[in-house]
Structure formats: structure tokens, C-alpha cells
Design a protein around this ligand. Structure first.
Ligand code: SAM
Length: 282
């Protein structure tokens, strides 16, 4: 393993600070700095960008982001044991790394960042999907971030980029692809992590589109999609029963067969339905 900076190798950092991984915090660390630099490069040119990183842990990806030239990294870490290791990185990159101890679900990072902002993280599996959904459903669009470069379990990554007709197509795919370009940028085997998880992982790169692909009210679309996929095996006329009066007519008006199932519907069709539902709600 080569180094990308003059800080100690990550194995030594972990030994020095006794950072034994905790399952409850979703801790699977990346120790190969070549790999973390490669992940950082998936986020593009960072020289004029502030980066939000959730869960820096011992700082492998943080070091990758900084060595790749990030203007500033704001790192939010829940595990206080990691702070001394992160302080060593901050000392190596004066003024470029700010670390906040706390739960990323409770902290508003915007006070600490200057646009343009990108997000890059090897997310803790237990809060990864929740954070992604939050980032994808802000009150206004475009969001505070230009892009998200995120490590997920392979199965979650596939759900984000899934196409209609596939078993993995669902709420995450519609929410992500309605307003971003989403692709799998890298695949990683379990052995890339310490300790090795049971499953493979993948880095997903999502770029925010300036405007949604198709017109729809975000809240209505979210509700329609959640309801439709909540009972994904049912026909839409049954799955969406009670959403608005006369749902069958609304489906037909949106150009959708009431006997179709959610997984057959394109994002364009979901948006057409959301517009019909909104009109019905008055
Ligand atoms: N970025 C490091 C790496 O790639 O080696 C660590 C990744 S590890 C999968 C996830 C990290 O997120 C851990 O350091 C864990 O302590 C932290 N974490 C877990 N839950 C968190 C939360 N709610 N807010 C902030 N950090 C959290």
C-alpha cells in the first residue's frame, strides 16, 4: 500500500488510536489510500469545491479528498474515538479540514460550507439510505449539492440506478433519477474493507440536474411513488386506492393502464400521474 501524503499508513493510525471497528456504527474502514484517492476522483475536480463527508472514521477517504485537492472538507463523525486521528489530518492540511462530532442526521452542514458543494462518503449502512433520501428530497431544487459520490452496499446501489421492469426498480430509483443523473462509478469487493462485510459494495455518483426531468410536485410524486411501491405486486388501481377519488380515471388520464403494476411505470409516467393527482386534489 502506498501513501498519498506524509501521514502514517491507516493500519498504524488504527492501531495507534485503538480504533477497533464497531458494528453498531456501521464501521467498515477503507485502509488503502490509493483506493480512497480513486473514490475521491469520482467526485470530479474538487479544487474549487467544498466537500461534505459523512462518517470519516479514521480518515481514509478524507485523506483521499484532500490529496485530490478539495478546497475544504467538512467531516461529520459520530464516533468520538476517531477525532484525534482526524485532528492529525487537519494539522497536515491547515484550514482545509473541519471536523464536527455528532450525528449527521441531526446536523445542518450548510452553516459550515461555501458553495459549490459536493458530497462524498463511505456511508454507514444504517443511515445511508435515510441520508440519501433527505439529500434527494430538499424543499427546493436545485439542492445545496452539485453531486453525491456515495458508497453503498451493492444491492442499494442497484436500487438507485434500476430501470423500470426490473425487480430492484422502486422508490429510490424514481426519487434519484427524476432529478439526477445516477450511475454506478465503481464496484468494490468485501475484502476492500476492514473488517470485510458480508456483501459487495459500489460507489454511486449522482449529479444534480438543473431542473427535474419531468414536471411534478415533489411531495405529491413522493406520496404516489411510496404508495405504488408499498404494494408493488398489486395493480395500480388497487395499490393507489383512496389516494384521490376516482383513481382509475386519473390513471387513464395520465396514459397509464389501471391494471399495470408500479414496477412497469417509467418516471415520466409517474410524473404524469402525480400531475393528475395534484389536479384532483385541487
Ligand atoms: N469513511 C471511513 C472509511 O471509508 O474508512 C469510514 C466509513 S464507515 C463505513 C462509516 C463511518 O460513519 C464510521 O466512521 C461511523 O462511526 C460513522 N457514522 C455512523 N453513523 C453515523 C452518523 N449517524 N453520523 C455520522 N457518522 C456516523
Amino acid at each position: 500500500m502506498s501513501t498519498i501524503d506524509d501521514l502514517p499508513p491507516l493500519r498504524q493510525v488504527i492501531a495507534d488510536h485503538e480504533l477497533r471497528a464497531r458494528k453498531s456504527l456501521g464501521q467498515n474502514f477503507l485502509l488503502d489510500l490509493n483506493l480512497t484517492a480513486k473514490i475521491a476522483r469520482q467526485a470530479g475536480d474538487l479544487s474549487r469545491v467544498d466537500v461534505l463527508e459523512v462518517g470519516p472514521g479514521p480518515g481514509g477517504l478524507t485523506r483521499g479528498l484532500l490529496s485530490e485537492g478539495a478546497r475544504k472538507v467538512l467531516a461529520i463523525e459520530k464516533d468520538a474515538r476517531c477525532l484525534p486521528a482526524l485532528a492529525e489530518i487537519a494539522a497536515r492540511y491547515p484550514g482545509q479540514l473541519e471536523v464536527i462530532e455528532g450525528d449527521a442526521l441531526d446536523i445542518d452542514p450548510l452553516a459550515h460550507l461555501t458553495p459549490p458543494i459536493r458530497v462524498a462518503a463511505n456511508l454507514p449502512y444504517n443511515v445511508g439510505t435515510e441520508l440519501l433520501v433527505r439529500w434527494l428530497t430538499p424543499p427546493t431544487w436545485p439542492p445545496f449539492w452539485q453531486s453525491l459520490t456515495l458508497m453503498f452496499q451493492r444491492e442499494v446501489a442497484e436500487r438507485i440506478v434500476a430501470q423500470p421492469g426490473s425487480k430492484t426498480y422502486g422508490r429510490l430509483a424514481v426519487l434519484a433519477q427524476w432529478r439526477t443523473d445516477a450511475r454506478i462509478a465503481m464496484s468494490l469487493p468485501p475484502e476492500a474493507f476492514t473488517p470485510a462485510p458480508k456483501v459487495s459494495s459500489a460507489v454511486v455518483h449522482l449529479t444534480a440536474l438543473p431542473a427535474p426531468r419531468f414536471e411534478a410536485n415533489a411531495q405529491v410524486l413522493s406520496r404516489v411513488v411510496a404508495m405504488a411501491f408499498n404494494q408493488r405486486r398489486k395493480m395500480l388501481r388497487a395499490a393507489l386506492k383512496g389516494l384521490v377519488p376516482g383513481i382509475e380515471d386519473r390513471l387513464i388520464a395520465a396514459g397509464i393502464k389501471p391494471t399495470d403494476r408500479a414496477e412497469q411505470l417509467s418516471i415520466e409516467a409517474f410524473c404524469a400521474l402525480a400531475r393528475e393527482v395534484k389536479a384532483a386534489q385541487g
